[in-house]
Design a protein around this ligand. Structure first.
Ligand code: CO8
Length: 287
């Protein structure tokens, strides 16, 4: 039986496998800036405030926080795609909201965004950023807390914050050097240069560049490919990489060994290896 992750209206029930969830109350949370759609076991979260180029204000951050909490708890979702409506993925944190902040408010806003992004990064499901356009400042930082980034060839990425008198404050000073290396990260952050998708691919900031009209298909194809694999093995792989990359190599190898061992207590390990030996396709149960 298919699980309904969020309340669905009658009109949406008439749609078969693809359902859009919008402006609905769930856990007292109403989504006004997100479109959330589920296609089989893939969830697509689209930031939907194109008039402001999907800039991250408190409302958008709260809705992302709530949406990812719900998605994390939904066992029927095996992979997530995060994208933006219109010509931006996200053109940064909301400059008009930040413009009047004092130091304490700025710190609190930075911590709020960082906490939401960390939740996405730590979620036990793979998240693919489908970067449809501008991914600047907080938008580039949001894409970097995702596991994988696929960009439209129209996308522009960068950390323009020093041009506004601030540092990257949603963990960009930390994730960008971890992804592209310290030298390139420092160049991008100090110069505030905005780069195109090809350059982002060259420096390893995005995994793949595709035509704009092929973006969602490419993200969906990758999400589906992942969703066909053993979910617990994918989850443990994510945990091993995330935790292992933040510690010394010996501790990292111990983390990996522990998670590798845990795989052998799953039904899916028996199924995966059994299917190989029986020369058939494995059917995983996320158990
Ligand atoms: N914040 C608020 N509004 C924005 C933002 C933003 N980041 N980006 C665009 N908008 C608004 C514009 O003000 C405009 O609104 P309006 O129509 O009411 O004038 C609307 O979106 C459309 O934008 P443009 O007319 O500028 O569209 P263009 O196609 O001409 O330009 C650009 C597109 C180049 C992307 C341009 O909008 C731009 O430069 N935007 C700002 C990009 C930027 O500097 N982003 C980084 C912001 S700082 C940040 O993200 C810090 C993150 C860490 C925060 C830590 C907290 C302490």
């Amino acid at each position: 039986m298919e699980i309904e992750p969020f309340p669905i209206t009658g009109e949406q029930k008439s749609r078969n496998k693809s359902r859009i969830i919008q402006k609905q109350k769930h856990n007292n949370m109403e989504y006004t800036k997100l479109l959330i759609e589920k296609q089989d076991n893939i969830c697509i979260v689209k930031i939907n405030n194109p008039a402001a180029l999907n800039a991250l204000n408190t409302t958008v951050l709260n809705e992302l926080d709530s949406a990812f909490t719900e998605i994390a708890a939904d066992e029927s979702i095996l992979a997530v795609i995060l994208t933006g409506e219109g010509k931006a993925f996200v053109a940064g944190a909301d400059i008009s909201q930040m413009s009047t902040m004092n130091a304490a408010e700025g710190k609190a806003f930075g911590e709020k965004g960082a906490a939401v992004f960390r939740k996405i990064e730590l979620m036990e499901k793979p998240v693919i950023a489908a970067i449809n356009g501008f991914a600047l400042g907080g938008g580039c930082e949001l894409s970097m807390c995702c596991d994988i980034r696929i960009a439209s060839n129209k996308a522009k990425l960068g950390q323009p914050e020093v041009g506004l008198g601030i540092t990257p404050g949603f963990s960009g000073t930390q994730r960008l050097p971890r992804i592209v290396g310290m030298g390139i990260a420092k160049e991008l952050i100090y110069t505030a240069d905005v780069i195109n998708a090809e350059e982002a691919y060259r420096i390893g900031l995005v995994n793949k560049v595709v035509e704009p009209e092929a973006l969602m298909d490419a993200a969906m194809a990758m999400a589906k490919k992942i969703a066909k694999k053993a979910p617990i093995a994918v989850k443990y792989s994510k945990e091993a990489i995330n935790r292992g990359m933040q510690t010394d190599i010996d501790s990292a190898i111990a983390i990996e060994a522990n998670l590798f061992g845990l795989c052998f207590s799953t039904e899916d390990q028996k199924e995966g290896m059994g299917a190989f030996l029986e020369k058939r396709e494995a059917v995983y149960k996320n158990r």
